[in-house]
Design a protein around this ligand. Structure first.
Ligand code: PLP
Length: 392
């Protein structure tokens, strides 16, 4: 296969070598972590080690980490009216989310549709804190769910400020940190979160593993999604995915140690990619450029560009980019994130997301810019098809 450049790290990252080694070590063990014999205890030890590493990644306590099957499941588990605290056992009345949340939050967990409210963002895709303050002021016992960084634009949300507003109104805040962790500092207490979601495959672990982290044992989810054998202290039943959890722990350890270096590496390359992009196409729009963004994400559009065509054209040039918007069925849906930022459908329909990772090299950025030069030239001649692009 010819050399390719992978620019879709927000969809999923490469598996870290340490995570692969942890998988192999876990696969060599036969025991069920709930068994009391030596084999069982060995599997349990892997899980508890991983719990420590995942907790350390977000500066939480291991006893506050609950492993799940994904970030999606952790979001679903967190979004319930039945979150109790030491002082409040009454159900949470309403769920407030921003208009740019991931589908797994937009689905609302265990809240009824009419008990949910979406809060606006500004044109750079940042939560409107005044709208949050107004909404929580009229909502008794609200639960608020906000992402720390948006998966499409990379725009970082004012979570700590939001948490202060929510707490002052007697509410709780859940933070979806799936895209942020490993890329920016993600300290549980500094964020002011009550609950926080993580996903292993965005930091170099396996797909199909996640975690819900809580502030302290004062936060209790009274209606777990999956009941049964009492694993994960009754919050998430089912024999644990020992392999996936061990790999999550190993990936978390590397992500914590190397975050600052990897972030600086990605930012330098992302900046040179954006400089190159603007030099080739001065009229190109980089969404959220006026806000603080993840160091690895660029969502852009250029006149005449159609997302599907561009993604395929890049793919033919050996470059994996994505639409940024949900496209689980293979068909690009209009982006609710760009719509919330007030962008007109024609602009939003042309958005392409380029997301970098720790393995991205300068040669990848060069390959991307060479491909973009060709596509931009085809677009400027009004040749919008893939054939036109590849023929240039
Ligand atoms: N939240 C955000 C912001 C995401 O980007 C994703 C995945 O893309 C998820 C949640 C879901 O995580 P998972 O793929 O582990 O279900």
């Amino acid at each position: 296969m010819p050399e390719r450049s992978y620019f879709d790290w927000n969809a999923t990252t490469a598996l870290r070598a340490q995570a692969r080694q942890a998988c192999e070590a876990a696969l060599a063990l036969a025991g069920n972590p709930s068994s009391v014999h030596a084999e069982g205890r060995a599997a349990r030890a892997l899980i508890e080690r991983a719990r420590e590493e995942v907790a350390a990644l977000v500066a939480a306590r291991p006893s506050d980490v609950f492993f799940t099957s994904s970030g999606t499941e952790a979001n679903m588990l967190a979004l319930t009216p039945a979150i109790e605290t030491a002082d409040e056992k009454q159900p949470r009345s309403r769920l407030l989310i921003s208009a740019i949340e991931h589908a797994s939050v937009r689905a609302g967990g265990r809240f009824a549709r009419d008990a949910m409210e979406e809060l606006p963002v500004d044109t750079d895709g940042r939560l409107d804190l005044a709208a949050l303050a107004a909404a929580v002021a009229k909502t008794p016992r609200p639960l608020v769910s906000l992402m720390l960084a948006n998966n499409e634009t990379g725009v970082i949300q004012p979570v700590a400020e939001a948490a202060a507003i929510v707490h002052a109104a007697g509410g709780l805040i859940h933070v979806d940190a799936v895209q942020a962790v490993g890329r920016i500092a993600c300290d549980f207490d500094m964020l002011g979160a009550d609950l926080l979601t993580l996903s292993a495959h965005k930091i170099g672990g396996l797909k199909g593993v996640g975690a819900l982290v809580r502030r302290s044992d004062e936060i209790h989810i009274a209606d777990p999604l999956i009941r049964g054998g009492g694993q994960e202290r009754g919050i998430r039943a089912g024999t644990e995915n020992v392999t996936g959890i061990a790999a999550f722990g190993a990936a978390a350890a590397v992500a914590r140690r190397q975050r600052a270096t990897e972030a600086a590496h990605m930012l330098a390359l992302r900046n040179s990619l954006e400089t190159g992009l603007r030099a080739i196409s001065p009229q190109a729009v980089i969404f959220g450029a006026g806000a603080e963004r993840l160091p690895n994400t660029t969502l852009f559009a250029s006149e005449g560009m159609k997302t599907e065509t561009a993604v395929i054209a890049f793919d033919l040039e050996g470059i994996a980019v994505s639409s940024g918007a949900a496209c689980s069925s293979g068909k690009v849906q209009p982006s609710h994130v760009l719509a919330a930022m007030g962008l007109s459908p024609p602009v939003a329909r042309g958005a392409v997301r380029v997301s970098l990772g720790w393995d991205t090299a300068e040669s990848d950025v060069e390959r991307f810019l060479n491909a973009w030069r060709k596509l931009a030239s085809a677009l400027s001649k009004g040749q919008r098809g893939i054939d036109d692009f590849t023929a240039v």
